[in-house]
Design a protein around this ligand. Structure first.
Ligand SMILES: *[C@@H]1O[C@H](CO)[C@@H](O)[C@H](O)[C@H]1NC(C)=O
Ligand SMILES: *[C@@H]1O[C@H](CO)[C@@H](O)[C@H](O)[C@H]1NC(C)=O
Ligand SMILES: *[C@@H]1O[C@H](CO)[C@@H](O)[C@H](O)[C@H]1NC(C)=O
Ligand SMILES: *[C@@H]1O[C@H](CO)[C@@H](O)[C@H](O)[C@H]1NC(C)=O
Ligand SMILES: *[C@@H]1O[C@H](CO)[C@@H](O)[C@H](O)[C@H]1NC(C)=O
Ligand SMILES: *[C@@H]1O[C@H](CO)[C@@H](O)[C@H](O)[C@H]1NC(C)=O
Ligand SMILES: *[C@@H]1O[C@H](CO)[C@@H](O)[C@H](O)[C@H]1NC(C)=O
Ligand SMILES: *[C@@H]1O[C@H](CO)[C@@H](O)[C@H](O)[C@H]1NC(C)=O
Length: 499
């Protein structure tokens, strides 16, 4: 009897647990390509792993990145750049070769889960809108032909600007000029079980709102009790503009008579620096927004109208894209330094570190592709003046093999860093070193600061060391500057007054 009860309780628990995990929303990150000093692909992967980031969105199909992501467990969205959409839309054979070159060639070692066409095509380059759905269909057919369609989805990220009046969410609808295109996109997504991709920027909603919204609402902070934002039709209360944007999109989809198309937020973030006319782009706001957003997403609840569909979100973005045009804020959305992979402001990832790790334990290792002479000098310096204990890399000792400068430098850099960090020692060595939270120990070679006196843990390091050689193709991809998104002032005023 007791056992039966126990069994029943266990089953109940499992059921609750699995219901709660139905959506399993996660936080991923965008990797833009407009970065002049983009680290080598294998170093980017090391940065991702050190922060336990398991989902990325590439804005193109960079071969070095796709190669470096192989066997890492990191899932990737690959992008079809705007300028390639036209040809793919016009020709099934171009689509087929795109899939074979950029997707099939890397599967299954690189886990490509989705192909994202363009960047906000309907609002930023409307002239190619007519070929958007044909391009999606051609890519899908090519996936079917390669038998990859059960693993790889196809979608297209769109801007909030497609929804002219997002508040109140319950009455939102797509700009009717786009009816037929949006209808065909939704039909495609529905037929292929794919998600609607939304770029949602409360930063623009707030700054274009000219002070009509409380900043707390934009930053996902709790609202003062006298300012509750409620949809007058549904009486749903919106604690954040982020939730309101996602819900406005769900209602717009419903308005065209579609349902069961989940939304994934392919971009959201906050710039940490702007020009003198962009006072809201600052570190305090960026830090608050990004940390609150991460907490919001990992909570795994949906927006008020879809409480069971978590809001998977890709943060914008890994590094500052200094090559982007437009206002100063455009170039300051990055979360991590390209030089050493540490975060530009403190990021905390809720109670459980399940997506991003606690970077309290970090190691300093030699960078892939760094200048060999500088690295040799760094190794000499660390073992000499730097007083690192380099005994372990001498012949016959555990860290002697692999016998090369990079491996020895990693050991020496790290020993120095562990001993000197507390008194200001840095992980730089003339730009030949990088911080990782992944323990680089392998076999009996145990790095200073490793919590593991046992063997193992070499895998990640070797996959990093075996990464491709050759710089990341940093081909300039001009992105049309994000279009801005304006809430309807009247309706929000109305909602505010109702309370
Ligand atoms: C790839 O990602 C999908 C989606 O999360 C997952 O189901 C699958 O197990 C992954 N495949 C590999 C080889 O990691
Ligand atoms: C709807 O889209 C059209 C075409 O892009 C644009 O001219 C119009 O201003 C938009 N309408 C609203 C209400 O934003
Ligand atoms: C777009 O769709 C809406 C809702 O179905 C409809 O009211 C509107 O007339 C349509 N507009 C155009 C231009 O087809
Ligand atoms: C979509 O999902 C349904 C139900 O899960 C399934 O029957 C169908 O085969 C799927 N279609 C595609 C194209 O994946
Ligand atoms: C998750 O978020 C929802 C909506 O914002 C909120 O009502 C709920 O209390 C949150 N749950 C936790 C555990 O934070
Ligand atoms: C990483 O590099 C940036 C500048 O590129 C520097 O400001 C920061 O202090 C460095 N962080 C660490 C932990 O070395
Ligand atoms: C995470 O880091 C914080 C601050 O560095 C530290 O207080 C905490 O103990 C760490 N947690 C774990 C699980 O390592
Ligand atoms: C530490 O050792 C344990 C087994 O002894 C292993 O499971 C774990 O992956 C190791 N972790 C690191 C960081 O080396």
């Amino acid at each position: 009897m007791k056992n039966l009860q126990k069994w029943f309780i266990t089953v109940l628990f499992l059921t609750i647990a699995s219901l709660k995990n139905v959506s399993g929303a996660f936080v991923g990150i965008n990797i833009g390509s407009g970065v002049s000093d983009l680290p080598w692909a294998s170093n980017i992967v090391a940065i991702l792993k050190s922060h336990q980031i398991n989902h990325v969105r590439l804005h193109d199909a960079n071969p070095h990145m796709l190669q470096a992501l192989s066997n890492t467990g990191i899932e990737a969205i690959v992008g079809v750049p705007d300028e390639e959409i036209l040809k793919i839309g016009e020709s099934p054979s171009v689509a087929a070769s795109w899939i074979s070159k950029n997707v099939a060639a890397y599967m299954p070692h690189t886990n490509i889960t989705t192909i994202a066409l363009g960047s906000e095509v309907l609002t930023s380059i409307p002239n190619i809108a007519p070929v958007l759905v044909p391009a999606m269909s051609h890519l899908y057919s090519a996936l079917v032909a390669s038998n990859l369609h059960f693993r790889v989805k196809v979608s297209t990220p769109q801007s909030m600007d497609l929804i002219p009046k997002p508040f109140p969410p319950s009455t939102a609808s797509f700009n009717s000029s786009w009816n037929s295109t949006v209808y065909r996109i939704l039909q495609f997504l529905k037929n292929t079980n794919s998600s609607y991709m939304l770029n949602a920027y409360p930063y623009y909603g707030y700054t274009k709102g000219d002070g009509i919204f409380p900043i707390e609402y934009a930053l996902l902070r709790s609202l003062p009790s006298d300012k509750k934002i409620v949809d007058p039709n549904t009486l749903f209360r919106y604690d954040s503009m982020f939730d309101a944007m996602v819900d406005a999109t769900y209602y717009s989809i419903k308005d065209l008579n579609f349902n069961d198309i989940p939304i994934v937020v392919t971009e959201s973030g906050w710039p940490r620096l702007g020009g003198s006319n962009e006072p809201d782009a600052n570190v305090e706001n960026a830090e608050a927004y990004v940390n609150n957003l991460i907490r919001r997403v990992l909570n795994d609840s949906g927006p008020p109208s879809q409480p069971n569909i978590g809001i998977t979100t890709y943060l914008y973005e890994l590094f500052d894209e200094d090559k982007r045009i437009g206002p100063i804020s455009e170039r300051h959305w990055g979360l991590f330094h390209t030089t050493n992979g540490s975060s530009v402001y403190p990021l905390s990832f809720g109670g459980s570190d399940q997506i991003f790790g606690n970077s309290s334990k970090s190691f300093c290792v030699a960078k892939d592709g760094a200048d060999a002479e500088k690295m040799e000098a760094g190794l000499d310096w660390a073992c000499g003046q730097g007083r690192a204990n380099c005994a372990a890399v001498q012949a016959g000792r555990p860290c002697y093999f692999p016998n090369n400068v990079k491996s020895h430098a990693s050991y020496a850099y790290n020993d120095y860093y562990q001993k000197m960090r507390s008194v200001g020692g840095t992980c730089d060595f003339d730009d030949t070193a990088i911080i990782t939270t992944e323990d680089p120990s392998y076999g009996s070679c145990i790095y200073t600061g490793s919590s593991n006196a046992s063997t193992g843990s070499g895998e990640s390091f070797s996959s990093m060391a075996l990464g491709p050689v050759g710089p990341v193709d940093a081909s300039l991809r001009m992105q049309v500057s994000s279009l801005h998104y304006v809430f309807s002032f009247m309706s929000i005023l109305l909602a505010l007054m109702l309370l």
